[in-house]
Design a protein around this ligand. Structure first.
Ligand code: ZN
Ligand code: ZN
Length: 265
């Protein structure tokens, strides 16, 4: 961890962490809205938003950023994470471990939040049936705690095995926010090559998570189809819907199914 950060007071560090997250969220939301505007021929759902959706989602974003800022500030000030000397190798390994660790963690958190007992925690995020760039971080305070546990808990856990890279970890947080915010845009920007079965082991087409919001079940993964494929929760008709969207035919109902539809994952 850089000395300049270690020297900061609690309020200064919290302001820096919170300010960085707000700035990244604003910029990535603008990117998402610009994509929705300029790629309007690739719209995913031609279904209206609910009244006051943006306002509702903004509140969720404020809650999310407040919770994760508190957690990151506490972790840095408290020295919870064992950071080592910076090197390109350590940064790359830390980033890769965060990518895989978060995907594994998130699938189980997300699937658990779809059980009747924990669903109240997750309802806020699902209030958005059609997604916007503001949907990704629109969550309840308790769900935000679930995210914070991974952002801070995974590097703490990795640090028990070997020192982690501050910059590799920080880069992953930025990558996570970017993908989550932009990835909730109601538009499909990916090239067909990026929507093949092989490519989606690494990153999903945008329609993939849109279907989770529309259908409530299946597609619990974050970032890629990896965990859904392992756990058997991938819908088989999303490629057919993808093809329809990129041909300029948006989905006109939340219940729309592709040719290879199955009952439920
Ligand atoms: Zn969900
Ligand atoms: Zn979502």
């Amino acid at each position: 961890m850089p000395e300049s950060l270690r020297a900061l007071s609690w309020p200064a560090l919290a302001s820096l962490v919170g300010g960085s997250l707000v700035a990244l969220t604003v910029v990535m939301s603008l990117v998402g809205f610009a994509m929705e505007r300029w790629l309007s021929k690739r719209r995913i759902f031609a279904v209206p938003l609910f009244d006051g959706q943006y306002r509702f989602e903004l509140v969720g974003n404020a809650v999310f950023i407040a919770v994760v800022t508190s957690a990151i500030t506490a972790a840095l000030r408290g020295g919870w994470i064992r950071f080592g000397a910076e090197s390109a190798t350590r940064a790359a390994l830390t980033f890769a471990a965060m990518v895989l660790g978060f995907q594994g963690y998130y699938w189980f958190l997300h699937r658990a939040m779809h059980t009747p007992a924990l669903l109240p925690i997750h309802r806020w995020h699902h209030r958005s049936q059609v997604t916007t760039p503001l949907t990704g971080q629109s969550v309840s305070a308790l769900e935000a705690v679930g995210w914070a546990l991974a952002w801070v808990g995974l590097p703490w856990l990795f640090g028990l095995l070997a020192p982690v890279s501050f910059w590799g970890w920080a880069a992953y947080i930025a990558f996570n926010v970017t993908g989550n915010v932009v990835g909730h845009s109601n538009v499909e920007p990916t090239a067909p090559m990026a929507a093949t079965r092989l490519a989606t082991w690494f990153a999903n087409a945008f329609v993939y998570h849109s279907l989770h919001h529309a259908r409530w079940t299946g597609h619990y993964s974050f970032q890629s189809a990896l965990m859904d494929r392992i756990m058997g929760t991938e819908w088989s008709d999303w490629p057919a819907l993808y093809a329809r969207i990129v041909e300029g035919h948006p989905l006109r109902s939340l219940n729309e199914r592709g040719d290879e539809a199955v009952d439920a994952p």
